[in-house]
Design a protein around this ligand. Structure first.
Ligand SMILES: [Zn+2]
Length: 310
């Protein structure tokens, strides 16, 4: 793809010919965060206009697509549809090449956040999960003098990471066999919202992290996404199976055995970053029921009250 088709946003998206309704999907039987199974349906279409249904877990407040495309369907989606779809949505070309400048700026900002926790430690290795073309891993590896490894399922993107001198592993972190290898710094940059099994991946990350190692992860804060658009549908997109909030992300980390040592609202007001260290897992930790109630109340308010910016 070298250009974005003309027309209105719905016309550009329609021109891609992606048939979301007919994609193979599965229903979630249990909440990926707390394991409960009482859900509330929240929305019936996403920001692209696809008939994507998002639900929330009434116990913990986790929001997710349900049904959700199978991992095989997502594999095909990322190969052929994802970047053209995002390009059609924004009306400008966004691909592995154009995102590199954005990623360089991102690497400087997030590197500043990590520096106090990395500099002066005897860290040697870095693993970037979902590291795409390796821009961020390369920047961190140089800045902090680490050996960088990138895991990503997209071969065209890992080829570029390899050209930067990074070790690359093609695949998903849940599937690849890394034997007894451990990494001192593990980063999940703008990746966690794309996972199909967040709890499983974080448990795997915990195993891959050296004792005393450091985890960096950031989320698109679901609350920020619907408040800035004053639209819940506007915050839902088929590329994100899960919609994390500060409450649910911290619960995921604590349950998996991480202690948050620093969090940060990004300059874009949309992302929230976490720096965390291994600690004892607290497998029953949950957001408070008051937090969950406030989330549903806020969602209903945004769905029905006039936008304060109108
Ligand atoms: Zn739950």
């Amino acid at each position: 793809m070298t250009s974005v088709s003309a027309g209105t946003r719905p016309e550009r998206i329609a021109a891609l010919g992606f048939d979301y309704a007919s994609q193979p999907k599965v229903r979630l039987e249990r909440c990926n965060l707390c394991g409960e199974s009482v859900f509330v349906g929240l929305t019936h279409r996403d920001r692209y206009g696809y008939p994507a249904e998002a639900s929330g877990c009434t116990r913990c407040g986790l929001v997710f697509l349900d049904p959700v495309m199978t991992s095989e369907a997502y594999g095909k989606f990322y190969m052929g549809t994802y970047r053209p779809l995002v390009s059609a949505f924004h009306g400008r070309l966004i691909d592995a090449r154009t995102i590199q400048q954005e990623q360089r700026e991102y690497a400087v900002e997030r590197g500043d956040l990590l520096a106090p926790y990395v500099v002066g430690q005897s860290y040697r290795t870095l693993l970037d999960i979902g590291g795409s073309t390796g821009v961020v891993a390369d920047a961190f590896a140089r800045r902090f003098n680490l050996r960088g490894t990138v895991i990503d399922p997209a071969p065209l993107e890992t080829a570029q990471a390899q050209a930067l001198g990074l070790e690359t592993i093609e695949g998903l972190v849940e599937d690849v066999d890394l034997g007894s290898r451990r990494f001192d710094v593990v980063i999940l940059c703008q990746t966690v919202d794309h996972l199909l099994d967040t709890a499983g991946t974080l448990a795997r990350v915990r195993q891959l992290l050296s004792p005393g190692g450091l985890l960096f992860v950031d989320i698109v804060d679901f609350r920020a996404a619907y408040l800035r658009n004053w639209s819940v549908e506007g915050a839902i997109k088929i590329d994100h199976p899960y919609y994390l909030t500060e409450g649910t992300m911290v619960a995921y980390l604590v349950r998996a055995g991480f202690e948050v040592v620093r969090s940060d609202y990004a300059a874009d007001h949309l992302h929230v970053s976490y720096v965390a260290r291994p600690s004892t897992p607290q497998p029953t930790y949950l957001p408070s029921s008051d937090d969950v109630k406030r989330l549903w109340n806020e969602l209903r308010y945004v769905q029905n009250a006039p936008s304060p910016r109108a």
